[in-house]
Design a binder for this molecule. Structure first.
Ligand SMILES: C[S@@+](CC[C@H](N)C(=O)[O-])C[C@H]1O[C@@H](n2cnc3c(N)ncnc32)[C@H](O)[C@@H]1O
Length: 200
């Protein structure tokens, strides 16, 4: 009997399944830099992973112009939008984005420093973990199946399995003993496909 089975997979651009069990983990040393994407191995990672052609967004761009559409809350930066990141992500239709650069403030303290500098309210809501999880929920919504996200920070959570993403690659950038490593996670949104199987 011929049946159809729904499987979740990482597929390449030709629709072939990738062997996604092999997570690639690398560790390199580099000078720290407040501009994350100016750190050489991180720039190289972005160049390797960013699909071209492809539609990419950067909700926390600062001075960077790597993505198709950029945003930073701070109006001193010449980005396409100067919105709250969550409102920026809400602009995009569901499953329309190929690639997201996700380099938010790494800690509640960094979140409140930016808000205070810009004269915005700092409260429980702005500094609890939902700040990051709400952003990831929006990222999950806008990324196409098979699309990717590079998340930078001090943890290797990525967008997360529970949101249907699978980690493909982790880059640990060590900056020496007095600094936290910068951890970059590349994860991809799993796509579903129908598999034809012959069953007895
Ligand atoms: C870690 S830095 C990004 C650095 C950037 N990737 C680079 O390589 O230069 C975080 C940026 O997010 C901006 N930012 C902080 N909170 C924000 C928010 N709620 N919405 C949008 N941008 C925000 C800050 O102004 C800052 O430029």
């Amino acid at each position: 009997m011929r049946c159809w089975r729904l499987v979740n997979d990482l597929l390449d651009s030709n629709g072939n399944a990738l062997n996604s069990d092999n997570m690639r983990i690398e560790r390199v040393w580099a000078m720290p830099n407040k501009h994350t994407f100016d750190i050489k191995p991180i720039r190289k990672l972005i160049e390797e992973e960013m699909p071209r052609p492809g539609f990419s967004v950067d909700p926390f761009a600062n001075k960077q112009k790597l993505a198709s559409v950029t945003n930073d809350l701070d109006p001193q930066y010449d980005t396409d939008y100067n919105l709250e990141a969550i409102d920026f992500l809400k602009i995009f239709d569901t499953e329309t984005v190929d690639f997201v650069l996700f380099d938010p403030p790494y800690t509640p303290r960094q979140v409140s420093e930016v808000y205070k500098r810009l004269g915005k309210t700092v409260n429980m809501e702005t500094t609890q973990s939902s700040y990051w999880s709400n952003l990831k929920d929006e990222i999950q919504r806008i990324v196409k199946p098979g699309g990717a996200v590079i998340s930078c920070g001090w943890n290797s959570q990525g967008v997360g399995k529970t949101r249907g993403f699978k980690i493909e690659r982790i880059l640990l950038v060590c900056h020496g003993g007095n600094h936290n490593d910068t951890i970059c996670v590349v994860d991809k949104k799993i796509q579903s496909r129908l598999l034809v199987v012959d069953e007895e």
